[in-house]
Design a protein around this ligand. Structure first.
Ligand code: URA
Length: 434
């Protein structure tokens, strides 16, 4: 088979055959197909697209490029959740323990922050000692005993995605629906969970800026998962403002803890409920919606989800005393007020800008080698729909005073868009695809 012919066929808008798609991935991972041909192939896919069948072959070839995480040793209904990436998105920290409290087995594969979006592993590592580095046997044992364990990506899990993503990043081919779907689903399907619940973010802080694009991505990922024999559902949720009020690693852990203790912000609680209900319905399609909703509420109200969270922290090396008393988690040396320069109503909070401002404070990585400061970030006191008086505090900015934080403060200020007219708060759940 010749890479040249395959690139040419895709360039001309033709449908590829299964063997051609698999050849491109296998040869690229083996090092016999050079970067310049892969870059051309990716651009051809970006411009011409792929149909569902081609995207499934691409996903499957990528999945098979590395290890498969075998979960046969886990008794019960295994489930994972994935978010396409957002700002202030600490959903997994709450949802995982809720699902485990409901008797599901959460074998979770998590990632680190990517660009302006945060990552679950970075957040959990703000609990001193917490490690996502579990052996396969320890992972299975913990899921059986506690109901949940979280591992990080290893170099041998879907190496094709790592190599391809690095090229997409520098060839302007990241925002292609089939390439995003294959990237996400190849990693998720490499862990052999029975069900996968997707949180597809829509809006200024997300890869998918419009509801139509998000629906297309969600439908494609659900189809790929079903073709692979898994139960998949997707919740489309609003990312036109950050989720909850806290942005920054330890701050987000603190907000997740408050939510597990029944004192979470309404949007985060609503999203956790929507995702948890989909997981329960994946396990049992006949379960009435109202019953699923009440079970989820009960998992939080009874304190069971909180107990699971503490057990997970202890099992993965974190000190439970730190989460029992969150004031002992990393805390910034200074908190600066961000003050409204005019009166009005909050119309938007540009999510991507908030994420980038948090990165500038030290909450995310500007380079791969950068070290995160777990304590810094934002506490948003005003969100979309709120009335603001000139001089009122919009947000508290948790900083390391040894850094120059002025540019980050300016960026957050500019991310707040005020209007003279009252603004209705936006709906959080935009659609469900299952
Ligand atoms: N997240 C991924 O893992 N891959 C993409 O391509 C985009 C978001």
């Amino acid at each position: 088979m010749r890479a040249y012919e395959i690139i040419k066929r895709k360039r001309d808008g033709l449908k590829l055959q299964e063997a051609e798609v698999r050849y491109v991935i296998d040869a690229f991972v083996a090092g016999t197909l050079p970067d310049y041909q892969m870059a051309a192939f990716l651009m051809a896919v970006f411009l011409r697209g792929m149909d569902e069948q081609e995207t499934f072959w691409l996903t499957d070839a990528m999945r098979l490029s590395g290890d498969q995480v075998e979960l046969r040793g886990i008794e019960g209904f295994t489930v994972d959740k994935h978010s396409t990436g957002g700002v202030g998105d600490k959903t997994s920290l709450v949802l995982g323990p809720v699902l485990a409290a409901l008797g599901l087995k959460v074998a979770k594969l998590s990632g680190r922050g990517l660009g302006h979006t945060g990552g679950t592993i970075d957040k959990l590592e703000s609990i001193a000692g917490f490690s996502c580095d579990l052996s396969p046997a320890a992972f299975v044992e913990a899921v059986n005993r506690i109901g949940i364990a979280i591992i990080g990506q290893t170099p041998t899990l879907v190496p094709a995605d790592k190599k391809i993503y690095a090229l997409r990043d520098v060839t302007a081919t990241v925002d292609s629906i089939p390439l995003i779907a294959a990237s996400i689903m190849s990693k998720k399907l490499a862990v052999q969970n029975k069900a996968l619940i997707l949180d597809v973010k829509v809006g200024s802080g997300a890869f998918m800026k419009t509801l139509a694009e998000a629906r297309e991505l969600a439908r494609l990922m659900v189809k790929i998962g079903k073709q692979a024999g898994r139960q998949v559902a997707a919740v489309l949720s609003n990312m036109d403002e950050p989720l909850g009020r806290m942005i920054g690693n330890a701050l987000e852990v603190k907000e997740a803890i408050a939510t597990l203790r029944g004192e979470g912000p309404a949007d985060l609680v609503a999203l956790v409920k929507a995702l948890a209900q989909e997981a329960l319905l994946a396990q049992d399609r006949r379960l009435p919606q109202a019953e699923a909703a009440s079970r989820v509420e009960q998992a939080i109200r009874s304190g069971k989800a909180w107990e699971v969270f503490v057990a997970m922290v202890r099992n993965q090396g974190g000190d439970p005393a730190l989460v029992e008393n969150p004031a002992r988690l990393p805390t910034a040396k200074a908190v600066l007020p961000l003050v409204a320069d005019r009166s009005g109503y909050v119309a938007r909070i540009e999510c991507e800008e908030v994420g980038l401002a948090a990165m500038m404070l030290g909450a995310g990585r500007e380079t791969k080698e950068a070290v995160i400061d777990p304590a810094v970030g934002f506490h948003l006191l005003k969100k979309v729909g709120d009335a603001v008086q000139a001089g009122e505090v919009l947000a508290e900015v948790h900083v390391d005073p040894a850094r120059d934080n002025a540019a980050a403060m300016r960026r957050l200020q500019a991310a707040y868009r005020l209007s003279d007219q009252p603004v209705a708060a936006q709906p959080l759940i935009l659609d469900i695809v299952s």
